[in-house]
Design a protein around this ligand. Sequence first.
Ligand SMILES: [Zn+2]
Length: 176
Amino acid sequence: MARRTLPSGIEVEVLGRCTGGSFCKETATHSVTFAPRPGYTPTGPNHPKGVCQRHVETNYVSDEEYARQNRATSLAFGPRVSRRSQHEIRPLTPQEAVEVAHETAAPERWEAEGRIGVFRRIVELHQAEEIDGVLVDGISAQHVIALYDALKPEQQQLYASWGVLRQVDAAFRLLK
Ligand SMILES: [Zn+2]
């Protein structure tokens, strides 16, 4: 899966999904931010993370529960849960909710764009797919989309009608 940071700064998995578990298919409903404590500044960006209701409950536990799991889990791995007291957890703001909903609706947009939408899906999901029998990887799809988006509408129509190999070839030549 590929995480992305939306314009408001919240991080979600593709399609606006929860970052709280491996391949959680739920849509993010809450924002979780690491709350810096006095004397401790987190290194690196501290983006809020989009998490679903279930993972808010299972991933962020009381200090007592954290200590209990810490004792129960092997030191090599440590507890898989985090301390609720060290995080700010809140429902998505209206702006975040709009951005997440936009991500969730991506498949409908890809569908509406036909074959160009398949190139977009390959880029967004970082997953190669066959288009008309040709296996298209992420880099090729990225080039095709970059070129397509730079074209005027009437040129887009023509470009979209070409065969896959010709589209990819043109994209690599023109975007060098
Ligand atoms: Zn989840």
